[in-house]
Design a protein around this ligand. Structure first.
Ligand code: SAM
Length: 410
């Protein structure tokens, strides 16, 4: 096995659970070459530190898999994914939700691997009382690799990934492997690796219902990570005029309506997302006449609304990642500043404002700083991250990519 020497004193950090080893932390000048996904031993002067898979084309040159000496065989893969599934099965926050993340990459000690599961439910059925997959409906797993090295490592192990999830308590009838630009195309954007995944799956999230398009939808079809924050919005929506910007298929909009919002305006630049939102309103048994659906760029919408003096009691802003890399950070901060300024102008006096960011390169402190400089009246009521099925390793702050801040403006 190829051995890569650490050039920095990282033994303790890696042993504490930090799973990424950057190129600059390795002495690679005379290191033997290896292919993406090959297993390498990471060592320092005192001997072996960890096993990792190599990513020769990335600044994150290696991702830690296991202790030195571990046999990375089928039993190892199954044990990892079995415990990830078991954590979900015993999670009370997932009761009543038939969409769940089963494997959250590094957070579940499976670096570079994401598996979401969607259990279908015929529209109009009662809210399930058990966990996803236990309602007797079929479950589709959607698999995503974070880059070519993760694909090379995990792809041959997929049968054992699925076998471990099943042993952990999640029956999987269908599995769809989604390809993206980084992991190679595929004409249909992916391929079935088990069964025949349905084109659309109607999932339950508490009393809300969402159609999930696992082939063409964003992410794996749904933003599961905002589940608990949608529940927060639901608890604050009673009687409110709500504006949900970057609405996608209506996650926050439907929960606001279920929480008793008087009226909900939803904005997203993607017409297919807005069309799906309209279907989801009906699927959830809600009246469409309490919803205004707008397919438009958020900044143009805000400018138009400001010109007309429109205001809402509760404004939610959940943009896409403006900072995919550290280099994009300054431009991203400028975009957030513009966005927050627009959003604050749209909040009625005494109203509330929820701001999310899904970029790990923009911190909660950055967002608080932006809000503080734009208004003296904001009071932080709640601060949260991703939902409970997106676990974070304490030694890996980079894993805390999602921030959700909820303010009173009074
Ligand atoms: C992070 S997702 C929102 C997820 C959503 N809050 C949910 O709970 O499902 C961001 C959304 O912003 C939309 N978007 C991207 N750029 C936009 C723009 N300039 N104006 C409006 N929407 C935009 C995308 O289509 C996507 O649906």
């Amino acid at each position: 096995m190829i051995r890569w020497r650490l050039a920095k004193p990282l033994r303790e950090r890696i042993r504490a659970g930090h799973p990424w080893i950057y190129d600059r932390a390795l002495a690679l000048a005379h290191a033997p070459a290896c292919a993406a996904g090959d297993v390498v031993e990471i060592a320092d002067a005192d001997g072996a530190v960890a096993l990792a898979f190599a990513d020769p084309a990335s600044p994150i040159r290696a991702r830690v898999l296991a202790e030195p000496g571990t046999t990375l065989d089928a039993a190892w893969t199954r044990a990892r994914t079995e415990s990830a599934a078991a954590r979900r099965v015993r999670d009370p926050l997932l009761v009543g939700c038939t969409g769940r993340r089963l494997i959250h990459g590094e957070g579940d000690a499976c670096p570079g691997l994401v598996v979401d599961a969607y259990a279908g439910e015929p529209p109009g059925e009662q809210v399930p009382s058990g966990y996803a997959g236990e309602s007797g409906s079929e479950t589709t797993a959607v698999i995503v690799f974070d880059g070519p090295a993760a694909a090379a490592f995990w792809r041959p192990r997929l049968p054992d990934v699925l076998a471990g999830l099943e042993r952990g308590g999640v029956a999987i009838e269908h599995a769809w492997l989604r390809m993206n630009q980084r992991t190679g195309g595929g004409e249909r954007g992916g391929e079935a690796v088990r069964g025949d995944p349905p084109a659309e799956i109607a999932i339950a999230e508490d009393e809300a219902r969402f159609g999930v398009d696992v082939r063409r939808g964003q992410k794996t079809g749904f933003f599961l990570d905002q589940r608990d924050n949608r529940r927060t919005i639901r608890r604050h929506a009673a009687g409110a005029q709500v504006l949900n910007v970057f609405a996608y298929t209506g996650g926050f909009s439907l929960h606001a309506a279920l929480g008793g919002a008087a009226h909900v305006t939803s904005v997203d630049v993607a017409r297919p997302a807005i069309d799906a939102l309209a279907r989801n309103v009906a699927l959830s048994g809600l009246a469409l006449d309490a919803h205004e659906l707008v397919a438009e760029d958020a900044f143009e919408f805000f400018a138009r609304s400001a010109a007309r003096g429109r205001r809402w009691d509760l404004v939610i802003v959940d943009p896409p990642s403006f900072a995919p890399s550290e280099r994009a950070r300054p431009a991203a901060l400028t975009a957030y500043r513009r966005l927050v300024q627009h959003a604050l102008e749209a909040v009625a006096p005494g109203g509330r404002f929820a701001l999310a960011s899904c970029s790990s390169h923009v911190t909660e402190a950055d967002l608080l700083d932006i809000v503080a400089h734009l208004t003296p009246v904001a009071r932080l009521r709640a601060s949260a991250g991703a939902a409970s099925d997106h676990p974070v390793l304490p030694a890996f702050p980079e894993g805390r990519y999602l921030k959700f801040l909820f303010f009173d403006l009074a």
